[in-house]
Ligand binder design. Sequence first.
Ligand SMILES: [Zn+2]
Length: 61
Amino acid sequence: MTSKPAKCPVCGKPAQAEFRPFCSKRCADVDLGRWFSGDYRIPGAPAPIENDEKAERNDER
Ligand SMILES: [Zn+2]
């Protein structure tokens, strides 16, 4: 009855007052994570961290 409910910028669902402007804690975390990653354009795929061992080996002389 008040103003239109804002949409969650992450998933597009109606935002909840408790988590405004998001619909849930999860979406809030997702958005926060994007900002922390320093690149807001990343669609959300986490970079695989499986080259750790190889990188170490490549470093040996
Ligand atoms: Zn959401």
